[in-house]
Design a protein around this ligand. Structure first.
Ligand code: UDP
Ligand code: MG
Length: 325
């Protein structure tokens, strides 16, 4: 990997798009112009994540205008993670970058990432300089979530994003993973390889609005934590120990009272204890149930996404297409 001459190769830019008809044409021109100026051979691979607006039409017309644009359309909305993995699985490039369609990730940084790849780095992470403008509650929740994830994944996630460039080797490893509850942000660090990072400023959205209502964010957080950590299962044990300690203390106290002949008083304690232990047990069952549900999902081995159609150059059966300039 440490050649003297910098390596060159095709860059696949993977762009998940959900309800992005307003931002997509701008994304196509901004990304392709930036890469053309830097003389980087590229393909643009749009994954339409089951949009119900004109996104697919926009992808098709972009593909008709530019042979380097390809599109894959999901049969319904499968989520950004699925879109990213569909992109990785179908990319032809020697390296693959993932970038948002709304131009919040500055395309110029793709050039910087590509140069690092040429120097031999294999996983180049886009790191947010700051988190952009967020509501305080959102920012607080995000901080807590990333602190927990950083601990679980063993990598600093606070400023991580899905904006990355991966070498073909890392891409192949990710694509070969069979798990379906993935968390791309952490997995790309988990695979290891020679890593570098590039800082960028989060820009305001080009148009449209964010597709992450609070409900999806919470679901995303829970799936990601379950995908990367079994710590919540250990909470069950810890709670069990706490309850055990409490019950020893209370046990001694009530025995004492009984021996002292004032046993009838403890009725409130009994009710409180029943309520307390009952709720702890319920929570524990819930946590265990959540993991069982995840195991069930993995075992059903359903596909992570379903492709309904594609456009642009046909998606080769594994063969890689190089464009020489
Ligand atoms: N996205 C997607 N599927 C979804 C939601 C979002 O492919 O179900 C894409 C979206 O089109 C965009 C990127 O993921 O390219 C980031 O989404 P968004 O801008 O809504 O999220 P935010 O920037 O607020 O995190
Ligand atoms: Mg965005």
């Amino acid at each position: 990997m440490t050649d003297q001459t910098p390596r060159t190769g095709l860059l696949s830019v993977i762009i998940p798009a959900y309800q992005e008809q307003d931002t997509l044409p701008a994304a196509v021109s901004a990304i392709s112009k930036t890469l053309d100026d830097a003389q980087i051979a590229c393909e643009l691979l749009f994954i339409d994540d089951g949009s119900r607006d004109g996104t697919w039409g926009a992808v098709q017309s972009a593909a008709a205008d530019d042979p380097r644009v390809r599109g894959i359309r999901f049969s319904r909305n499968f989520g950004k993670e699925a879109a990213i993995f569909a992109g990785l699985a179908n990319a032809a490039g020697d390296c693959c970058a993932v970038i948002d369609c709304d131009l919040q990730h500055p395309p110029e940084k793709l050039v910087e990432m590509y140069r690092l790849w040429q120097e031999g780095y294999q996983v180049i992470e886009g790191v947010k300089r700051d988190r952009g403008r967020e509501r305080p509650l959102h920012a607080f929740a995000a901080r807590r979530f990333y602190a927990a994830m950083s601990r679980a994944a063993g990598v600093d996630m606070a400023r991580a994003s899905d904006f990355k460039l991966l070498d073909r080797r890392a891409v192949d490893v990710l694509v070969a993973m069979r798990e379906k509850n993935t968390f791309f942000r952490a997995l790309s660090a988990w695979v290891g390889f020679r890593a570098a990072s590039v800082e960028y400023e989060v820009r305001p959205r080009a148009a449209g609005r964010s597709k992450w209502p609070l409900r999806s964010l919470i679901r995303y957080a829970m799936t990601s934590i379950a995908a990367f950590s079994s710590a919540p299962l250990q909470i069950v044990t810890i709670l069990g120990v706490i309850v055990l300690i409490c019950s020893v203390v209370l046990g001694i106290q009530s025995l004492w009272k009984k021996l002292a002949g004032q046993a009838l008083e403890g009725f409130t304690t009994v009710i409180l204890l029943i309520l307390f232990i009952g709720s702890v047990l319920m929570i524990c069952l819930g946590i265990i149930g959540y993991y069982i549900a995840k195991i069930y999902e993995e075992i059903k081995a359903r596909p992570r996404y379903i492709v309904s159609e594609s456009c642009g150059r046909p998606l080769g059966g594994g063969e890689r297409i190089y464009k020489s300039e």
